[in-house]
Write a protein that binds this ligand. Structure first.
Ligand SMILES: [Zn+2]
Ligand SMILES: [Zn+2]
Length: 245
């Protein structure tokens, strides 16, 4: 199975949940900017060659990947970064709060958990240290960086405008159907996380491309509002699976 084309400019090129790459991989998205490509997240590193093959199979050249943007430092998002950088010559971008973790595989990366799952990789140099509010050029499009801490301190989300439709890539900060991610891991801050969800609601995206689980091709705001509701509800409602309206 090769990559899935999700929109004019967005492909899903890896992800364990879709059987596109190693079981533990997060969703790996590719943005097609015409004469340049960007990847969002790298997976856990167990299947880099297959991810690159997926890209080739939809007629794109991995050598055109200029930028790999890491939404945060957890191992299932960064493990493949070193291999992808070696194979493509791309630059790696991540928030400055987590760049050191990614370079040295610090405790926030949960590398011990990665090793327990049979993964092994090295830290990778972060070439572009993000702070939020940057506009990153990818060929003929721009990707806007939004600092959305909470899941981890340096979580970033990415905005891409396609004509009059707004795509939001959320890493593990927000998922579809009000699904909550890894809460209470090292560096997690629930109050910041709640604020980040509110910020996402304000951005009014149409499509949602999360780091895990299903993606949403319209009506993203309904999903974010449900998440906002859940995160601010009494605890019993937070831990109970909410029915999607
Ligand atoms: Zn995570
Ligand atoms: Zn994850």
């Amino acid at each position: 199975m090769s990559a899935l084309r999700l929109t004019e400019r967005v492909y899903l090129v890896g992800g364990g949940a879709y059987g596109l790459s190693d079981y533990g991989d997060c969703n790996i998205y590719l943005i097609d900017g015409g004469d340049a490509l960007a990847l969002i997240d790298a997976g856990g590193g167990g299947d880099v060659k297959r991810v690159l093959r997926n890209i080739r199979e939809v007629g794109l050249n991995p050598g055109d990947i200029e930028l790999l943007i890491l939404t945060h430092c957890h191992f299932d998002h960064i493990g493949g970064a070193g291999g992808i950088k070696r194979e493509t010559g791309c630059s790696v971008a991540a928030h400055e709060a987590e760049a050191g973790e990614i370079e040295r595989l610090g405790p926030l990366t949960l590398y011990e958990m990665a090793k327990a799952r049979g993964l092994e990789f090295e830290g990778v140099k972060v070439d572009v240290r993000l702070r939020g509010d940057e506009r990153l050029e990818v060929g003929e499009v721009e990707v806007e960086v939004v600092h959305t801490p909470g899941h981890t301190p340096g979580g970033v989300s990415l905005l891409l405008r396609e004509d009059d439709t707004l795509d939001l890539f959320t890493g593990d900060t927000a998922s579809a159907q009000g699904r909550l991610g890894w809460i209470n891991g090292p560096g997690c801050d629930l109050e910041e996380w709640k604020r980040s969800i509110k910020r996402m609601v304000e951005l009014q995206p149409d499509r949602l491309f999360p780091g895990h689980g299903v993606f949403v091709l319209s009506g993203a705001l309904d999903h974010l509002k449900l998440l906002d509701e859940k995160m601010n509800a009494p605890w019993i409602n937070i831990v109970t699976t909410a029915d999607f309206r």
